[in-house]
Design a protein around this ligand. Structure first.
Ligand code: UD1
Ligand code: MG
Length: 463
């Protein structure tokens, strides 16, 4: 017996007014579908089948990159959530003796803990189907859980099909269900579209299995937010707010200092060490790991990067890069394209580092571009240094040795190599290699023409 999952991702999501399928609309910069896939995998689901439909190629391409083991089944046309599950028939047949969780792909707050607790409830009660529900204050538009006077589960009534009285029932269907594999197969074979929307509702499975004499139950989620989904952009914003709060709260409880959460958006897969401070307007997304006792922000953006301990990133953008211990960057710094800033590097205002390795203790305090370069340790970049890495067709690399001193306003025309401890005079344009320990001066000589201004009178006469 194992756990497996079917995720429904075929709907268009008309109310999102998006070209993308609804499940690809993002919460904290990841498609809603990402969170549902992650939750079932974290809960131990071995096989996952995603039902695609509207703009299915977009979803299939995304999933192939995310995890090639996920299988998909196409639903065309889309005739409701029950019809969507019918498309997974062969997947279900391969899992007749397993427990299958079916989830809406547009419910990104469903978490591993809720999935596991509901699974335990499902097994303890030997249910053919266990639906997940929660009490919500405004149950408009969702499925209402109908119970008899003793509280025994009867069926799910969709809002569009509900009587005025049923519309007031606050216990709501999460759109998440555990099924025994063989019971799910039986249920989809007995669904009809005899309802207001003429759709095959998966929700009818509950009544179908009860009528067959099987056990069905509702697991009421303690955390009612776990069942929330998004059908339009306002609801998407609400989900962002909730998820942002959940992540920030968990980080603060683990020892991360966020003195003001305004504009702080931190993704699910970000790890931050104890004593690190995150300042306002800082976005950290993708796979980012940050060490201890750093100060990140204000106004910083980090994506898919690794940051060591004791790092300061003030008004920085860091993409796909590694920042080692004790580095100090900013303000107004961009580090990108697999760059590595080794221990103790100082990068000051208006400096960009791209696809470069910058050695330990190197300093570039202002107005510099370090692109496609291998820079040694303890190098000093004067203000306004530019590595001229692009000849219009191809990118070339610069190599700068340990302890080199690059005078202000130097152009390094790549490919070029500056030897260890070499010294470049300010204003030089370097296009040939410089040996170690040499001084290189590559600029025009200065002529002072005495009295020239008085003689030529080049300025307009003042009235
Ligand atoms: C569904 C439930 C409702 C529940 C709510 C929770 C049904 C009939 N109703 O309603 O009881 O309270 O979720 O959010 O199931 N999808 C397909 N193919 C389709 C239709 C939908 O794959 O033909 C997918 C969608 O992409 C979406 C999910 O199924 O991820 C739910 O569809 P949606 O239309 O949002 O259902 P709700 O009206 O929210
Ligand atoms: Mg929905």
């Amino acid at each position: 017996m194992s756990k497996c999952a079917i995720i429904l991702a075929g709907g268009k999501g008309t109310r999102m007014k998006s070209e993308k399928p609804k499940v690809m609309c993002e919460v904290l910069f990841e498609p809603m579908l990402y969170y549902v896939v992650s939750a079932v995998k974290e809960a131990g689901a071995e096989d996952v089948c995603v039902i695609t439909g509207y703009e299915h190629q977009v979803v299939e391409d995304y999933l192939a990159k995310l995890d090639s083991r996920i299988v998909t089944a196409l639903q065309s046309p889309q005739l409701g959530t029950g019809h969507a599950v019918m498309q997974a028939r062969s997947f279900i047949e391969a899992h007749l003796n397993d427990d299958i969780i079916v989830l809406n792909g547009d419910g990104p707050l469903m978490d591993e803990a809720t999935i596991n607790r509901s699974f335990a409830y499902h097994k303890e009660n030997n249910n053919a189907v266990t639906l997940l529900s929660a009490i919500v204050e405004n149950p408009t538009g969702i499925g209402h859980i109908k119970r008899d006077e003793n509280g025994t589960l009867l069926r799910i009534v969709e809002h569009q099909d509900a009587t005025e009285e049923e519309k007031l029932i606050k216990e709501s269907n999460a759109g998440v269900y555990w099924f025994k594999g063989d019971s799910l197969l039986y249920a989809i074979d007995h669904l009809t579209n005899d309802n207001v929307q003429h759709e095959y509702y998966l929700t009818d499975s509950v009544e179908i299995l009860l009528n067959k004499g099987e056990n069905a139950g509702a697991f009421v989620c303690e955390n009612s937010e776990a069942i929330l989904g998004a059908n339009d952009r306002r609801q998407l914003c609400d989900l962002n707010t909730i998820m942002r709060r959940n992540i920030n709260d968990a980080l603060m409880l683990s020892g991360v200092d966020i003195p003001c959460t305004d504009g702080v958006m931190i993704g699910k897969d970000v790890k931050i060490g104890n004593g690190t401070q995150i300042l306002p307007n800082t976005i950290i997304r993708g796979h980012v790991t940050i060490g201890e006792n750093c100060v990140i922000g204000p106004n910083s953006y980090l994506q898919d990067s690794t940051v060591g301990n004791g790092v300061v990133l003030d008004n920085c953008k860091v993409l796909d890069s590694t920042i080692e211990d004790g580095v100090d960057c900013g303000p107004f710094v961009k580090v990108r394209a697999h760059s590595v800033l080794k221990k103790g590097v100082h990068i000051g205002n208006f400096v960009e580092v791209k696809n470069s390795v910058v050695g330990e203790g190197t300093k570039s305090a202002h107005l510099t571009y370090i692109g496609d370069s291998d820079v040694g340790a303890d190098v000093n970049f004067g203000c306004g240094t530019v590595t001229c890495n692009y000849d219009g067709k191809k990118k070339w690399r610069c190599k700068i040795g340990n302890g080199a001193f690059i005078g202000c306003n130097t152009n390094l025309i790549a490919p070029v190599e500056v030897g260890d401890r070499a010294y470049i005079a300010a204003g030089s344009t370097i296009y040939e290699d410089i040996p170690a320990d040499a001084l290189s001066v590559a600029r025009a000589y200065q002529h002072n023409k005495e009295g020239w201004v008085i003689e030529k009178k080049p300025y307009k006469e003042k009235k």
